[in-house]
Structure formats: C-alpha cells, structure tokens
Design a protein. Structure first.
Length: 85
C-alpha cells in the first residue's frame, strides 16, 4: 500500500467521524462533538502530510469550535435545569 492510499483511507475515517459527529449532534447527543474533533484531527494530520496549510489552519479552527462544543455540553450537564415562570 502506498502512502497516498494510506492517506486516502485515513481521509475516509476522518469524514466518517465528522459525519457521525454531525448526526449525533443533530440527535442532541453531545458525544458528537468528540467525533467531530477526532475527524478534524485526522484531516489536520493528512493536511500536514501533504503540505496543505489551508487544511491545517481551518482544521485547527474547527477543532477549537469542537472543543467549545464539548465544554458547553459538559457545562449543560452539570447545571440544574432552568425553571420557567
């Protein structure tokens, strides 16, 4: 297997994690943020390997958004529910 084929297979794994994460978030499952973070991490590594700096920069920015999503989900689980009057 060549390096390009390995990167291609990793790309499929990254996209799968991104899609699964989006699906889980749409279903109000906070674990989707972790899957998105993993998928973006895979694509940052691939982008580094092929020298695609736009992929690295945007991937890192999206990873930051995913981390905020994880933190917001964790925070909402520890706060008591709001009562409406």
């Amino acid at each position: 297997m060549t390096d390009l084929q390995i990167l291609d297979m990793l790309g499929h794994l990254g996209y799968f994690c991104l899609a699964l994460g989006l699906f889980k978030i749409a279903k109000d499952d906070g674990t989707g943020w972790a899957f998105r973070l993993l998928g973006e991490g895979v694509w940052v590594i691939i982008s580094l390997q092929i020298g695609l700096w736009s992929g690295v920069i945007w991937g890192v920015l999206f990873m930051i958004v995913d981390i905020f999503g994880i933190m917001a989900t964790a925070r909402s689980k520890t706060e008591p529910p709001q009562q409406s009057d």
